[in-house]
Write a new protein. Structure first.
Length: 333
């Protein structure tokens, strides 16, 4: 049972723009709700697709593209059902934060959620139990956020024991999105607490990706998400657009703990590598320096694994335990 109510009818034909009302009782507002924006477009037979942004509030590329889509797309432009959530973790998005300022909830670590929990858990529970079952495909657009810069990639997540047809369809779909790099995650059906947990448990196709980073926006990042959305809708038959042929992307995977480099102390991280650099185990990732204690010797940080640098920390000042870089390597590598 959910406490969240929707102002839209998910089965009604045409286009509706409304709200998911998430109860949030506080001193200021005893019977208050958090209005999470949602659009639903229904136009006859066709695929069910859900497009999501703002799972992390400081990742903006998807928020921009899906906000424009809500305003511009008409029901007659599609076949099937399209659900658009341009600002899913609305409190975090309004605050420009990765996590919700109401309960410090990280929505992509909150699944399958809790109908009686805090706002973040309530949203996750509603998505898991009431929205994912309505669709065939979920596409969740991320962007690295304020603390990370990413080499853009699209990704797909599926269960290790998923049907071969679902795996192949997921791989074909992610490779059709128009990005030069794609990441493949094959996981146990019930592992983790991200949105992919819901899609894996319901046997749905899940597409994700990191389309930028640094908590800012570029025309390139927005263009990548725009292209991915339109190619996704065409790939699944929601629109009749023709997909231009593109070179096949490089498929990569994150290969475990040795893919990550962490700061061993607080200081200023000076990177020695650029995004897309290929490195070997033992190569220098960067160094920590200590401007507040300039006589202290720098700490050299080295990569434990080999691969391509796909992510680096954005703010130079770090605390102990902050991730400063991570690697990926080709699927067959």
């Amino acid at each position: 049972m959910t406490q969240v109510t929707a102002t839209v009818d998910f089965n009604a034909p045409g286009k509706q723009v409304g709200w998911l009302r998430v109860p949030h009782s506080v001193t200021r507002s005893a019977y208050g709700v958090i209005p999470v924006p949602i659009a639903v477009l229904n136009n006859g037979p066709g695929p069910g697709i859900m497009l999501v942004a703002g799972t992390h509030g400081d990742e903006y590329e998807g928020q921009v593209v899906l906000t424009r889509l809500v305003r511009e797309m008409r029901a007659e432009d599609i076949s099937g059902r399209l659900i658009i959530l341009p600002s899913l973790n609305t409190p975090a998005a309004m605050a420009g934060l990765r996590t919700s300022p109401l309960d410090d909830g990280n929505l992509n670590r909150a699944f399958p959620g809790d109908p009686d929990g805090g706002p973040t858990a309530k949203i996750a529970h509603y998505v898991h139990n009431h929205l994912v079952p309505l669709v065939d495909v979920v596409a969740d657009f991320h962007g690295g956020g304020s603390s990370l810069a990413y080499r853009p990639h699209a990704s797909t997540h599926f269960a290790a024991d998923a049907a071969p047809e679902l795996k192949q369809r997921s791989l074909d779909a992610v490779k059709a999105l128009g990005l030069r790099h794609v990441m493949i995650f094959e996981l146990p059906a019930s592992s983790g607490a991200g949105m992919s947990t819901a899609t894996r448990q319901h046997g749905k196709i899940y597409l994700n990706g990191e389309y930028g980073g640094t908590g800012s926006l570029t025309q390139d990042g927005i263009g990548l998400v725009e292209g991915a959305v339109h190619r996704l809708l065409a790939f699944f038959g929601a629109t009749d657009a023709t997909l231009p042929a593109l070179p096949p992307p490089q498929a990569l995977r994150i290969f475990g703990p040795s893919a990550y480099v962490y700061a061993p102390d607080a200081g200023v991280f000076v990177p020695a590598r650029r995004l897309s650099d290929s490195v070997a185990a033992g190569d220098i990732c960067g160094e920590l320096i200590f401007p507040e204690n300039p006589d202290r010797a720098p700490i050299v940080l080295r990569f434990e694994g080999a691969g391509d640098v796909v992510c680096q920390r954005h703010p130079a000042r770090v605390e102990r335990g902050d991730c400063v870089a991570h690697l990926a390597r080709p699927v067959d590598g």
